[in-house]
Design a protein around this ligand. Structure first.
Ligand code: BJW
Ligand code: ZN
Length: 275
């Protein structure tokens, strides 16, 4: 719009209280305060490493050892993470909105998410749709098998153990033979991280579309809004007359179109906004 987004918290709370269907598009910035590096932006992983050389199926086919080294490093980081106050604020806020599920259960789902933990049954009535997969899922590369297993083993395989130090020093060097990389526990074919890479189809798109179509308020939290189709959701909500509120450390793609813009660490702004 022609207007600058509002930074009026009281006005945002009025909109929040009046909203019937609220969705949140959450990016890597949500977990920055938990010590998990973001992709882009200050301190982002892809300042050091070329995104396209690691997060594509082609990169994995070319050099599975290098790609596994990168994911092993990030798995180890995620294992150390604890939920931060932005996760807590979302958990507390979503509890009354969820039917058929007890409050402590929802709290667990969000906490589990923060820790990349699948203790929560993915088939349960969870409000969380992890559209780019989960870092602890290990997936078979055979189309005939397709077995996916949630696996927090540290290290994920013996050969990768200790290689995270080289990643930290920006000297990724893995030349581990395929036979020593993680293998499918069902058919023993080479396994890959169970995440969604560029060019692959995001998970739960139909469910996402349904939620977006019904939403009258979209919170956009800690995302650079550069990756599609996720980056599209806020605009779609606005096109159907809904409001958009962005919570980001810095200015981000398209945030000048938002109705509300709260700049700063979301672990500070979200508890205030949702509390
Ligand atoms: C804080 C903070 C704090 C920091 N508080 N804030 C042109 C147009 C449209 C689409 C395309 C196009 N060209 C190519 C495409 C498609 C492509 C795409 O979007 N490319 C763009 C780069 C242009 N998209 C795809 O390929 C997707 N698939 C697809 O489109 O399939 C088509 C299809 C549809 C239907 C059927 C069949 C096919 C797949 C995208 C997969 C993305 N995968 C990754 C990796 C996941 C695995 C892993 O973990 O490694 O997903 S990439 C990476 O980026 C990850 C993220 O989910 C995603 C978005 O990043 P995010 O979350 O926004 O993080 P950052 O780091 O970018 O931003 C962090 C933000 O937080 C910053 O703004 C900070 O300021 C902020 N922040 N600390 C608040 N404390
Ligand atoms: Zn298999």
């Amino acid at each position: 719009g022609a207007l600058e987004p509002s930074r009026d918290m009281a006005e945002f709370k009025r909109v929040l209280n009046g909203a019937k269907n609220i969705i949140a598009v959450c990016g890597a910035g949500l977990s920055a305060a938990s010590g998990i590096p973001t992709f882009r932006g200050a301190g982002g992983l892809w300042r050091k490493y070329k995104a396209m050389s690691l997060a594509t199926p082609e990169a994995f086919a070319e050099n599975p050892s290098l790609v596994w080294q990168f994911y092993h490093y990030r798995r180890e980081k995620a294992l150390l993470a604890e939920p931060n106050s932005a996760h807590d604020a979302l958990a507390k806020f979503s509890i009354p909105a969820i039917r058929h599920q007890t409050a402590p259960a929802m709290d667990r789902v969000w906490k589990a998410h923060a820790q990349g933990n699948a203790d929560a049954d993915p088939a349960a009535n969870t409000p969380l749709l992890e559209m780019h997969g989960r870092i602890f899922d290990v997936m078979c590369t055979s189309n005939f098998c397709g077995h996916v297993e949630y696996d927090k083993t540290s290290p994920i395989c013996e050969a990768l153990g200790g290689t995270e130090e080289a990643v930290e020093k920006n000297a990724m060097d893995a030349t581990i033979p395929k036979s020593k990389l993680p293998r499918c526990k069902k058919c023993n074919v080479l396994a890959r991280p169970g995440v969604v890479w560029f060019g692959e189809q995001p998970i739960n798109l139909d469910k996402n579309d349904e939620l977006v179509a019904a939403a009258d308020l979209c919170l956009v939290i800690g995302t650079s809004s550069t990756v599609y189709p996720a980056a599209m959701y806020a605009g779609l909500v606005q096109m159907q007359g809904g409001k958009v509120a962005v919570f980001n450390l810095d200015r981000s793609e398209g945030d000048d179109e938002a109705d509300f813009l709260f700049l700063g660490p979301c672990e500070e702004t979200l508890p205030e906004a949702l509390g």
